[in-house]
Design a protein around this ligand. Structure first.
Ligand SMILES: C[S@@+](CC[C@H](N)C(=O)[O-])C[C@H]1O[C@@H](n2cnc3c(N)ncnc32)[C@H](O)[C@@H]1O
Length: 307
């Protein structure tokens, strides 16, 4: 086990190494990434100075003696079977909600909302990509959670955004994210579809709806009524197929998955298989690395397919 001084030195080094690698106007990023920064099982993210310390086994309370400046420190146990909200270990526990900036965009964060806080920092570079690739396009965001990809598309000049999620509260949170960025979610072409992605994809196909860009970012495991359990290994190709059928000529599909243990090659093969099963040709496929502040295990796989 490391002592407080060693952890402080590791934190300092890791923090310094990240300076200059983040887009301008960004105050939410990973300060310390487990084994990638010298200590397995401990992850520190800053959300506008509010630290979220995630850990696998034991809360690394020695972090509290760090002299690095911050507003508050929250601890979160990583446990997929018992998903609890973080607890406040330093600072004002009433200040659980605030706004962060990423590439000049604003997103609402709430440490009191449960196991997830409102934005997945590991998708930062993919959000920037969506902003770059959305001008004039109709963009579909599947498994949208708080609609961060949709906000990124709107910022890039998307003609319309369509966000699909099972959860109404998450879609409402998404509308708030639009408002934070000066976009009225009830004006213009922003659609928020509550329900199962597979059902919506089928409905869009029957209606002949096409999109210029589609984002697919499902959870590794999801249960839905009538369809049983979605698992990446068994179902991703079918999901990619249903999505690829909705991509217009010259459009793109951004497919991601954060299943540990699944190789990037295998994941890309699921996506390729799905695209081909849809009768579409892969014009280009780009493997996308994780953002540079994620120095540990590259668990997030992302491929951008041009069709
Ligand atoms: C990993 S999060 C997606 C993160 C999001 N793409 C982002 O970048 O912020 C998974 C989301 O999928 C939603 N979800 C899970 N199963 C679903 C399904 N079958 N249909 C629609 N949404 C689903 C959950 O409610 C949750 O918001």
């Amino acid at each position: 086990m490391f002592g407080a001084e060693i952890l402080e030195a590791l934190l300092n080094t890791a923090h310094r190494a990240r300076k200059g690698k983040l887009p301008d106007g960004t105050d939410a990023y990973r300060i310390f990434d487990g084994g990638g920064d010298g200590r397995e099982g401990v992850f520190v993210d800053t959300f506008a100075g509010h630290w979220l310390v995630s850990f696998r086994d034991r809360a690394p309370r020695e972090i509290l003696s760090s002299r690095l400046p911050r507003e508050s420190v929250w601890f979160k146990r990583l446990d997929q079977d018992n998903k609890l909200a973080p607890t406040c270990a330093e600072g004002d526990p009433e200040r659980a909600a605030f706004t962060v900036r990423e590439g000049g965009m604003h997103y609402h964060i709430d440490f009191g909302a449960g196991y997830s806080q409102g934005i997945f920092l590991d998708q930062r570079d993919n959000r920037a990509l969506v902003t770059r690739r959305s001008a004039g396009l109709r963009v579909l965001n599947c498994f949208s959670y708080t609609c961060a990809f949709s906000v990124a598309a709107a910022a890039g000049g998307a003609e319309s955004t369509t966000s699909i999620d099972l959860s109404r509260p998450y879609l409402d949170w998404g509308k708030r994210n639009f408002e934070l960025n000066g976009v009225d979610p009830d004006e213009g072409e922003h659609y928020f579809c509550r329900g199962d992605v597979f059902d919506w994809l089928g409905q869009f196909r029957r209606k002949g709806r096409l999109f210029g860009g589609v984002v697919l970012d499902p959870p590794t495991f999801s249960r839905s009524k009538g369809r049983g359990v979605f698992r990446v290994e068994k179902d991703y190709a079918a999901l990619a197929e249903a999505a690829a059928r909705l991509v217009g000529e010259g459009g793109w599909l951004l497919a991601t998955c954060n299943q540990r243990g699944l190789s990037g090659r295998r994941f890309a093969s699921f996506v390729r298989d799905g695209v081909r099963a849809a009768g579409r040709r892969v014009a280009a496929l780009e493997d996308r690395p994780m953002p540079p502040d994620f120095t540990g295990e590259p668990y997030l796989k992302s491929v951008l397919v041009d069709l």
